[in-house]
Design a binder for this molecule. Structure first.
Ligand code: NDP
Length: 508
């Protein structure tokens, strides 16, 4: 650790900073390749303290009316919004993304909180009046309890709030673990929510490595559910660990989203979408355009346009005005992606843009990589079969929609997808046949709070967003009101007792 680094005690538990007992973990600025802070890692005992705080806060929080929980969360979210200018540079510093993208991300995170605040006023349940003569039933929803939220580094605040908002409105309390490399924005976010009136213990944060703090959270006996976003291998591991104790899980995992560009598409719009959808956040997004399939007859024009856009993108530090794409988040991530591109090119395909770090000496210490385009690699090359988590885009020419859909589905992943065409029949056919949780038609990668989101196949299990998210943070119970309750005698007795109760009430 150097003298210029700021040291942080670690977690945020029961409304206050909590000094973790583990080793200090360095927080690196990806644009400089140097640590600027260190945060003590949570041990099993620190995680236990956080879960204990969440469990203690649970009865009072879950007893509040749902609209009251919404009101409290809404006020707290508003307080975060008032401090957004403090969070933006912090996110850019620890994550690497541009200041503009940090603002977009945190604004979206707050929007998601407010979306569920709105839903807290509109929640209604199911009632069935005539199950049998005189018998009626309704469905009761109860919170699960303490929820563990495990989040990666690429969108620390939005991916947190996708879990936090429905979990809290539904009456659960939460312990979150951000990625070890991006703890600072999450810690400050939690402090701001507490300053804004979120009661202590309702939302807690533990920092530290996934293999320690993360696993301690997953295996803690008092945690009822794990909401996880991250890679498919870790998601599978978490699902296996959660099996003990039949814990609930939602898993938002990796993706390799296909984009299909038909010959009748608005080609200029499609090329812009391919470039934005791949290079946004330096290509480090689960929902990014990771494979393009373009009809042969228009392929040259589309490829030329995407290549030109990739070459023109301004790569630089996220905190410098005019930068369009910042660095990758870690040196390891850059090495991994660089190796994927090299292995792919060894097996075939043409490198049309990028292919390595930029020449600019000012960027030599950061984890920068140029926007990269590879055309027509083999269909079994690493860039086709593996998730590419960085700014490198493979493009293939295809003969028709059938071939495009077949190629699109030849992937273990099924997160997002898009199709570009002016033909409604083609669009509907693609939307029906592509195996993915989202299909955008003439549009790309924007997730709406109103619509359920979640991957098929190896991209995950369960849904976030939409009213559907509540299904993953509650248990339902069917309650049957039997006929005997409604017999004349019982009703007369009840009326008599109600008359006496109301005369007593008037006399108070
Ligand atoms: P990881 O799976 O490595 O890490 C995600 C989180 O899990 C981190 O907080 C990590 O902690 C933690 N973790 C790691 N190991 C364990 C464990 N054994 N037990 C509990 N927690 C653990 O993902 P990446 O950091 O590589 O993130 C990128 C991946 O996330 C990509 O595959 C991407 O597609 C996916 N993703 C999916 C999204 C979706 O909504 N479907 C959205 C965004 C990303 P730590 O890092 O501190 O070790």
């Amino acid at each position: 650790m150097t003298a210029t680094q700021t040291t942080y005690p670690g977690s945020f538990i029961a409304g206050a900073q909590h000094g973790n007992a583990g080793d200090p973990l360095e927080v690196v600025n990806p644009a400089e390749g140097r640590a600027f802070a260190s945060v003590a890692a949570a041990t099993e005992a620190d995680v236990d303290a956080a879960v204990h705080a969440a469990a203690s806060a649970l009865p009072a929080w879950s007893d509040l009316a749902v609209s009251k929980r919404g009101e409290i969360l809404g006020r707290a979210a508003h307080h975060v919004e008032e401090h957004i200018d403090e969070l933006i540079p912090l996110l850019t510093r620890e994550q690497g993304k541009t200041l503009r993208d940090s603002r977009i991300e945190i604004t979206k995170a707050i929007d998601t909180l407010m979306h569920y605040v709105g839903l807290s006023k509109a929640l209604r349940g199911a009632h069935t009046p005539n199950l049998d003569p005189g018998v009626e039933g309704y469905v009761l929803r109860r919170p699960l309890g303490v929820v563990g939220a495990i989040v990666p580094w690429n969108f620390p605040t939005t991916l947190l709030c996708n879990k936090l908002a429905p979990a809290l409105v539904a009456g659960n309390t939460v312990v979150a673990k951000p990625a070890a490399t991006t703890p600072l924005t999450t810690l400050r976010f939690a402090e701001l929510l507490a300053e804004g009136g979120l009661p202590e213990g309702v939302f807690n944060v533990v920092t530290g490595r996934g293999s320690q703090a993360g696993e301690a959270l997953v295996t803690h006996k008092d945690v009822r559910k794990i909401a996880f976003t991250g890679s498919t291998p870790v998601g599978e591991q978490i699902m296996a660990l959660a099996a003990r104790g039949t814990k609930r899980v939602t898993l938002e995992l990796g993706g390799s989203d296909p984009m299909i560009i038909c010959d009748d598409a608005d080609l200029a719009a499609a090329a812009s979408a391919a470039s934005m959808g791949r290079f946004y956040n330096c290509g480090q997004a689960c929902l990014a355009i990771k494979r393009v399939y373009v009809f042969d007859s228009v392929a040259d024009e589309v490829i030329e346009s995407i290549v030109e856009k990739a070459k023109r993108l301004k790569v630089g530090r996220g905190d410098v005005k005019g930068t369009q794409m910042g660095p990758m988040h870690t040196a390891g991530g850059r090495e991994e992606m660089s190796a994927q591109v090299s292995r792919t090119l060894k097996s075939g395909g043409e490198l049309r843009a990028g292919g390595g770090p930029p020449d600019d000496p000012d960027l030599a210490d950061g984890f920068f990589y140029e926007p990269t385009v590879v055309v027509d690699p083999p269909h079994d090359a690493p860039m086709a079969t593996e998730e590419v988590f960085g700014p490198a885009l493979p493009i293939w020419r295809v003969g028709d929609l059938d071939e495009a859909i077949e190629r699109a589905n030849a992937s273990p992943f099924g997160l997002g997808s898009s199709v570009w065409t002016r033909d409604l029949a083609r669009a509907r056919e693609a939307a029906t046949r592509i195996e993915a949780g989202y299909t955008w038609i003439n549009s790309r990668t924007k997730v709406y709070d109103e619509l359920p989101f979640g991957g098929w196949k190896s991209s995950g299990y369960g849904k976030e967003h939409g009213e559907e998210a509540f299904d993953y943070y509650t248990e339902t119970k069917s309650v049957v009101l039997g006929a005997t309750v409604l017999t004349g005698a019982t009703t007369k007795r009840r009326r008599a007792s109600a008359r006496s109760a109301s005369s007593e009430a008037r006399s108070v």
